[in-house]
Design a protein around this ligand. Structure first.
Ligand code: BGC
Length: 759
């Protein structure tokens, strides 16, 4: 494609028509000018290709449902994400799909968000790293992705209207950081802006978001499309950097664009930018288009394997793995009809759904009783009694529980965090039998578990894709050693969640009042009890951590590390001390001790998964850079790491830190206070530049009035010193003998010093 030639040939009306969908899923063609068509499809964890424009949402091609992102996030396995991405990319090549609409990485602010199953984590580092790996996998097949929903779309209620309101630090550190990582590490061909407003401005019209941050700061050069129907004012959108409206507007916005250019309301150069981005996307796809086969059976195996790597063992009181000779009673409708995906635009017409019951024969001796239904909250006495009878005759009871489809879905949020009551009732009945009870969960986000202390085993399968039944049985019987860990915290009850008091907002404004304290950043800082912490998961083997080393350029750290110049390498040895081969997810957190800012007690800055045979020791290592230590400092509109002490923590979960090392960091230059008559003396004493001026002046004053030149400010008694800290400098003329002229001259001297360093 000769893009510049096409640009010259296109009429204004044709350009306007190219920046929106031609149908629900297509863009282009304009044959006259040599512009081809491209086709896009959901996403994110399977192909929802709709062959007809008028098809119902669940009417899509036969495809493979991989585990949802909530599940695969728990694998903490970037190679696995790449592998799934590669499979999706191949499927797209085979099905003539140019862009798969995903991954979605909105932050799990509350367990109640109806769409959490589609998202990766409460932690932006995990969301960024895992999505980048998936994107790189898809794009290795010359197929595009659409990283969505950009940004701050952490609820479904009023998702197309409400405003997510927060300070810039919270946006940058929590709600944008994952996108920044993915953009920089994987350069997704497209991004999809979200429906909601951010601080009052629709994401689809938000120039700060779509141009200043995304393109100018992060260097993004791909295409930005709207979420489906997210455009309110198309003209503002084009000027803000929204290239493509999806789907179309029935021609309404095409006409408005033409009129806006003709009347000078829209700069044609802005429209041209958008058109070029559309043409570039077409070129990327068509120039490498090739024949591929959608091998559903092969991809099904990848889906099973992905779930095996993702299942999280949450509790095991010597009850798992089950031995082949043990008689088990399988109870619960989810064993026959597993819930393996969520509802809405990600819904796959699954190729081969494997239930636990359908494969149980090949594992051992079992009975199956429905007990409670998979799709509601009705359990008859007869169902309950049958389940109890079945359990009486078994050595172990395995309950397949979970959230019915209607409980969590795109388009609305959950109103509570509970399982259907009938499930809890039956579990209580079964516990009365004093038999070992194991619960297998099928849910897209955390649930309350009133029985957690009493059951013997808990297996979190999440919404585990079409092969979930097989993967779960392999874990239950120890054919697979579970190795997933939670990429989100499980609070004991929904009221414990930091967003609880303000979630969903009022008057269409959602105040993200907990700020940066999302998920474990809140629970850990508050030292609150949680049901299961972030990063937690058990194995059938055990791991020992030792030999933590922190080095720069190959030598152990000594003295202050200049994080603006040096890369820090952290390594730790992990030994499998049990009897079974297994995998461990090793986590690195950093705890800022400088007190330069309000920060969570620690933040995740690295994770690695390592496979080890019994007795084997392996080493995992991490690289840390300035960003590992930094927070977003609004005073300078930039990432900032203060000099001082930081603790590097190596943990099995956010609550199980096993090794630490404290390092001294030479950080960024101190941020100097704004100098005026109101500046507080304490702020002036916080950095050497202004501190030296203050000390000089005070020494002069002390000398003047006491006649002594031996006294220092630091000799001051702590009470006087404490009070001095919070005095605006102007108060010196009231509380000391200083004249106004003297204070003004000190302020002038301070300004001069500050200007010198900023020059
Ligand atoms: C969803 C997107 C999806 C799009 C197309 C929207 O409602 O929010 O995630 O990609 O529809 O189906």
């Amino acid at each position: 494609m000769d893009i510049e030639k096409i640009m010259k040939e296109l009429t204004l009306a044709e350009k306007a028509s190219l920046v929106s969908g031609n149908s629900s899923w297509t863009v282009g063609p304009i044959e006259r000018a040599g512009v081809p068509e491209i086709f896009v499809s959901d996403g994110p964890y399977g192909l929802r290709k709709q062959e007809s424009d008028t098809a119902e949402i669940y009417d899509s091609i036969d495809a493979v449902a991989f585990p949802t992102s909530a599940a695969t996030a728990s694998s903490f396995d970037k190679d696995l994400m790449y592998e799934i991405g590669t499979a999706l990319g191949k499927e797209c090549q085979a099905e003539n799909v140019a862009v798969i609409l995903g991954p979605g990485i909105n932050i799990k602010r509350s367990p109640l968000c109806g769409r959490n199953f589609e998202y990766i984590s409460e932690d932006p580092y995990v969301a960024g790293e895992m999505s980048a790996a998936l994107i790189n996998g898809v794009q290795s097949q010359d197929i595009g992705t659409s990283l969505k929903h950009f940004a701050a779309n952490s609820q479904e209620t009023e998702r197309m209207y409400a405003s997510s309101d927060m300070d810039e630090r919270t946006l940058r550190e929590i709600y944008l950081a994952g996108y920044e990582t993915a953009v920089k590490k994987s350069n997704p061909w497209t991004l999809m802006c979200s429906y909601n407003r951010i601080n009052g401005t629709y994401a689809s019209e938000n120039k700060w978001l779509l141009t200043d941050v995304l393109r100018d700061e992060w260097g993004y050069d791909g295409l930005v499309m709207s979420d489906w129907g997210a455009v309110s004012d198309r003209i503002k959108g084009i000027a803000a950097g929204l290239d493509l409206e999806m789907p179309g507007s029935g021609g309404v916005n095409d006409a408005r664009i033409v009129e806006a250019v003709e009347t000078g309301k829209l700069d044609e150069a802005d429209l041209d930018k958008a058109v070029r981005n559309v043409l570039n996307l077409m070129e990327k796809y068509h120039s490498k288009k090739r024949e591929e086969v959608f091998d559903r059976d092969k991809d099904h195996e990848i889906a099973v394997h992905a779930e095996e790597e993702s299942i999280v063992l949450l509790k095991n009181e010597d009850v798992l793995p089950i031995k082949a000779e043990e008689k088990i009673a399988i109870i619960g409708g989810f064993a026959e009809n597993p819930r393996f995906q969520g509802g809405g635009s990600s819904h796959i017409n699954a190729h081969n759904i494997v239930s636990a019951v359908s494969v149980a024969d090949s594992f051992g001796s079992f009975t199956y009783t429905e007990g409670f239904p998979y799709d509601g909250d009705q359990m008859s006495d007869e169902m309950k009694n049958q389940a109890v009878e079945a359990a009486k005759n078994a050595d172990k009871v395995v309950v397949f529980a979970g959230l019915p489809d209607s409980y969590e879905c795109e388009g609305y949020d959950r109103s509570h965090m509970r399982l259907p009551e009938c499930q809890n009732i039956l579990i209580d009945e079964l516990l009365k039998l004093s038999k070992p009870v194991i619960i297998v969960l099928h849910n897209g986000s955390p649930v309350e578990m009133p029985w957690a202390d009493y059951v013997d085993g808990i297996v979190e399968a999440y919404l585990g894709g079409e092969g979930v039944g097989e993967a779960v049985m392999k874990v239950l019987y120890g054919k697979v050693n579970p190795s997933g860990k939670l990429a989100e915290s499980f609070p004991k009850k929904v009221e414990d969640n930091p967003s609880y008091l303000s979630y969903l907002g009022q008057n269409h404004r959602c105040n993200y009042s907990e700020g940066i304290f999302v998920g474990y950043r809140y629970y850990d800082t508050k030292k609150m009890d949680v049901l299961f912490p972030f990063g937690f998961g058990l194995s059938y083997t055990t791991f020992d951590y030792s030999n933590l080393k922190v080095s720069v350029g190959g030598s152990a750290v000594s003295g202050a590390v200049d994080i603006n110049a040096d890369k820090i390498t952290v390594s730790v040895d992990i030994t499998n001390t049990g009897n079974m081969a297994g995998k461990e997810i090793v986590q690195l957190y950093i705890s800022d001790k400088t007190k330069a800012a309000i920060r969570p007690v620690h933040e995740l800055k690295g994770f690695e998964k390592i496979a080890l045979n019994p007795g084997e020791t392996g080493t995992v290592s991490f690289e840390l850079d300035k960003r590992s230590f930094a927070w977003f400092n609004e005073a300078i509109s930039d990432w900032y790491a203060a000099g001082g002490e930081y603790v590097i923590e190596i943990g099995k979960s956010s609550r199980d830190i096993v090794l630490t090392e404290t390092i001294e960091v030479k950080g960024d230059a101190p941020v100097l206070p704004v100098i005026d008559m109101d500046v507080q003396i304490g702020d002036l004493l916080k950095n050497d530049i202004t501190k030296n001026v203050v000390l000089r002046v005070m020494k002069e004053e002390i000398q003047k009035f006491s006649g002594s030149d031996g006294l220092e400010v630091t000799d001051m008694d702590p009470m006087t010193y404490a009070m001095l800290q919070y005095l605006p400098i102007r108060t010196l003329r009231s509380f000391t003998h200083m004249t106004n002229e003297r204070v003004e001259s000190i302020v002038a001297a301070l300004k001069e010093e500050v200007e010198k360093v900023s020059r």
